[in-house]
Design a protein around this ligand. Structure first.
Ligand SMILES: [Zn+2]
Length: 144
């Protein structure tokens, strides 16, 4: 899996988190880009206005046809930060301690969308949101 880290965050840690969360999901030859929230591609803004803001703890995309994934984090001093799910999901806020926890969550979310594409599942936000919670818990317990 090719990972392009365009942030100043430690590349080894970025690779470790992304590959462990991907957990065998094959995106090669596509690319996983890791960048800052404010660098979210403007052409993709239309679909995700709520998440794409300088006040987002993270945001991301998973593209079905190119099989590319984008993972966007905020700057280091933004964390710790709270993260609210879409209210319709009725899930408690996440409290992210640092950028690593944000990366775990956004990677869990977007790779779950890739799995939905691969399995022909309906593209919903529920399963990716549950994945954020589950992977974050694993990360905090050293199980990832
Ligand atoms: Zn989503």
């Amino acid at each position: 899996m090719k990972i392009e880290n365009l942030t100043n965050y430690d590349g080894r840690t970025v690779r470790k988190i992304v590959t462990r969360v991907a957990n065998g999901v094959e995106v090669d030859p596509s690319l996983v880009v890791v960048n800052y929230v404010l660098e979210y591609p403007p052409e993709l803004w239309g679909g995700l206005p709520r998440y794409v803001t300088e006040n987002a703890a993270f945001c991301g995309y998973a593209q079905q046809f190119s099989r590319s994934v984008g993972l966007f984090l905020n700057y280091p001093d933004y964390y710790p930060a709270a993260w609210s799910f879409d209210g319709r999901l009725k899930l408690p806020d996440l409290h992210l301690q640092d950028w690593q926890e944000a990366l775990v969550c956004v990677a869990a979310h977007e790779f779950t969308h890739i799995r939905q594409f691969d399995q022909g599942d309906e593209l919903t936000e529920r399963e990716p949101s549950y994945a954020e919670i589950r992977y974050l818990e694993d990360w905090r317990q050293g199980k990832l």
